[in-house]
Design a protein around this ligand. Structure first.
Ligand code: ADP
Ligand code: GLC
Length: 472
């Protein structure tokens, strides 16, 4: 079976968040299940530069695709320099606001997907299109109005908070028939809604955890699209993300000072010392809590900033790597000043340092207000860096709380809290500190996490089965 995946980022070529990790790892996992994935990416400079042996193919809409391989992926690259040959972030101009032509950029991506899927020039026809997030979400709409045999599509929601809504003035240039601009189409409260279009036209909808699949069907979690999700109930499936267990493997991770496994946890001490150095933390007995995250409201980072005095009082330390809202960056930088040697902050995006954090810190804190899946808690589990998480979305589905019974049974893998408040977070951090002071309990939690099957294999099977069902 041939699937055309469409995404705006894919590790290791271009990454701003978890979508890249998923789009980068799923193709190899699907190959094990007999699904051959080609990934369509925008022609960002980093993608075009990495492409080898590329063959150009002109599309009838005037665009050009480059077919080749890079980063271990079979790629089609939308070679549209006017749209994608820009430095910096895929979505944001240097000032930090959205590129003003994002509607055109990602309409071109969706349209090229629909054209390529039907076969063009040297590109053979695909059996199904798998669209990731709003940037790819017009692909199902274009497919719905395409001529010739119908090609089915699956729309995967990685985050309902990002919907790609644009003023109605962009509609005429999309090249969709006028009838598409209705509530039974791409129209969303008078705007053009890209994600809305994908959710309407795709044959199936998936999201990245079963709990998030339920949450987006509610007014609280649906961000205005819950009605559509409810209307399509029975067509919506939650599949928890896996991780690339070769990229994320503490026994083979070259970024670490010391490699280790579940049987050699004591070797983490050298990595822990490296984190103390990297973040300017004093050597103390208490646990090092870490954050690797976008610094945003979604991620509950304001709650963590507020919980810091309590964490300090408990004897915890914090090593934080992140970028995001200026106010949150400022709050954590101020905390580092206020608690020298106890709070260390790195503002930036640093893949290597993120690996070293999971390999050396004691716990990873993910206090999200909502979290479709979340990957950092999975990297924490894999590296014996115990997750402390809110009980929402994929965090609820992937961490087993260290309540007394679970610790006793040896199945606990982390600490969960609910509701998502400062008080509950403080209590969870205190609970983690107390567990850390009991080395036997703590190591049992670390080992249970490291034993958990986080690989894509099983999860990719769910996608493969869905694709086969949809493609008939
Ligand atoms: P989201 O996609 O919502 O940001 P996820 O947990 O799914 O959250 O994925 C985030 C990905 O980005 C993970 O691979 C995480 O390690 C990485 N990441 C986030 N912030 C940083 C950072 N400042 N430096 C390096 N990697 C980061
Ligand atoms: C989104 C979500 C995150 C998820 C990631 C990959 O960025 O915010 O929870 O893990 O996509 O699916």
């Amino acid at each position: 079976m041939r699937v055309l995946a469409v995404a705006s980022e894919a590790y290791p070529l271009v990454k701003t968040g978890g979508l890249a990790d998923v789009a980068g790892a799923l193709p190899a996992a699907l190959a094990e299940h007999g699904v051959a994935v080609t990934t369509l990416l925008p022609g960002y400079p980093a993608v075009r530069d990495a492409l080898t042996g590329a063959v150009a193919c002109a599309l009838p809409d005037g665009h050009q695709l480059l077919a080749g391989r890079a980063g271990g992926l079979d790629l089609l690259v939308l070679d549209a320099p006017a749209l994608f040959d820009r430095p910096g972030s895929p979505y944001l101009a240097p000032g930090g606001y959205d590129w003003p032509d994002n509607a055109q950029r990602f309409a071109a991506l969706g349209r090229s997907a629909a054209i390529a899927a039907r076969g063009a020039g040297t590109i053979a026809r695909f059996d199904l299109v798998h669209a990731h997030d709003w940037q790819a979400a017009l692909a199902p709409a274009y497919l719905a109005f395409a001529e010739g045999p119908r090609i089915p599509s699956v729309m995967t929601i990685h985050n309902m908070a990002f919907q790609g809504q644009f003023p109605p003035a962009v509609f005429p240039a999309l090249g969709l028939p006028q009838e598409a601009f209705t509530i039974e189409g791409v129209e969303y409260y008078g705007m053009v809604g890209y994600l809305k279009a994908g959710l309407h036209y795709a044959d199936r909808i998936t999201t990245v955890s079963p709990t998030y699949a339920r949450e987006i069907a509610t007014p609280e979690g649906g961000m205005g699209l819950d009605g559509l999700i409810r209307a399509r109930a029975g067509r919506v499936l939650g599949v928890v993300n896996g991780i690339d267990v070769t990229v994320w493997n503490p026994a083979a991770d070259r970024t670490l000072r010391q490699r280790y496994g579940a049987g050699t946890l004591e070797a983490r001490a050298a990595n822990r010392a490296a984190i103390e150095q990297a973040f300017g933390l004093g050597a103390e007995a208490g646990p090092i809590f870490a954050v690797v995250s976008r610094l945003t409201w979604q991620k509950g980072m304001d709650l963590l900033a507020e919980a810091l005095p309590a964490l300090m009082a408990e004897g915890g330390r914090l090593a934080l790597l992140g970028t995001g809202d200026a106010a949150l960056e400022g709050a954590f930088l101020a905390a580092a000043q206020r608690y020298p040697g106890r709070v260390g902050v790195r503002i930036g995006f640093d893949e290597g340092l993120s690996h070293r954090i999971f390999g050396g810190a004691d716990a990873i804190v993910v206090p999200s207000r909502f979290e479709p899946c979340g990957l950092t808690q999975l990297y924490g589990l894999r590296y014996g860096c115990v997750p402390v998480v809110s009980r929402v979305g994929g965090l609820a589905d992937t961490v087993i709380d260290a309540n007394e019974a679970a610790v006793e049974a040896g199945v606990a893998t982390g600490v969960q809290f609910s509701p998502v408040t400062v008080a509950a977070l403080e209590a969870a951090l205190a609970r983690a500190v107390a567990l850390f002071r009991d080395p036997e309990a703590w190591q049992s939690i670390q080992r249970a996490g490291m034993r958990t099957d986080l690989s894509w294999s099983r999860r990719a099977a769910a996608y493969a089965a869905l694709f086969r069902e949809v493609a008939g």
